[in-house]
Design a protein around this ligand. Sequence first.
Ligand SMILES: Nc1ncnc2c1ncn2[C@@H]1O[C@H](COP(=O)(O)OP(=O)(O)OP(=O)(O)O)[C@@H](O)[C@H]1O
Length: 261
Amino acid sequence: MERQPIIDIKNLRKSYEGKEVLKGIDLQVYEGQIIGYIGPNGAGKSTTVKILLGIVEGYEGEIKIFGKDISEDPIQYKKKIGYIPETAEIYDSLTAYEYLAFIGEVYGMELKIVNERAKKLMEIFGIQEVYHSRIASFSKGMKQKVLIIASLIHDPDILFLDEPLSGLDANSVIIFKEILAALALQGKTIFYSSHIMEIVEKISSRIILLNDGRIVADGSFEELKKQSVEGSLEEIFNQLTGFHQHKEIAKAFVDVLQEGR
Ligand SMILES: Nc1ncnc2c1ncn2[C@@H]1O[C@H](COP(=O)(O)OP(=O)(O)OP(=O)(O)O)[C@@H](O)[C@H]1O
């Protein structure tokens, strides 16, 4: 039997106030893949992810997740996906327990199970002592850990991540990378959007490079190296996005600071 994509995007277009920001995205993602979704600022990465999450509407094209058009059944598929946003837009006045209990309820989980799982996961991340403290008092990394727990507590089949490592220390980053690899081995699908090329290069089984609303490269890191330059993902990124003015821009910036000295 032919393998069915878990995410199937056909000719996705999106405009804001007459300006087209997604110009026909075609992408089939398969179970167990770790997709590194990269591109310059404004390329359309967040817009794509928000459309997939059902947060942004009013697009053209067809999106199927778990084999079903998301516009036909916008509720059901969300129970099987998780999302880790970059910034902790998290209810500061709640305790970690209250926040995670609330999230569990949204996913239709029993409080007892949410509580047991949340406690164990907090302990594994080394933040169990603040389980009943207000999130407002947490450090950036602690908040991010709560967001990671919240996004995974219902054991989703697809995980969307938007710069998920912000605020995590070096050891936590390594643990989190291992968690992603273990989840992918279990057949979970991961859609990872980030600007940190060293990490995308290491964790992704497939890299999608978006530039000005279009996919301009699609393949494993090894494949991308063969198609463009030998080198790091950062160098491939620079070449495929046609950007080479790093030095000139940095010099112009510093020159302005020195004007009139
Ligand atoms: N709500 C909105 N209203 C109007 N324009 C928007 C809106 N959201 C995004 N855009 C525009 O759409 C384009 C794509 O934005 P998007 O946030 O998807 O890019 P991105 O690739 O995620 O960028 P970054 O790396 O900076 O996060 C940008 O030109 C942005 O200004």
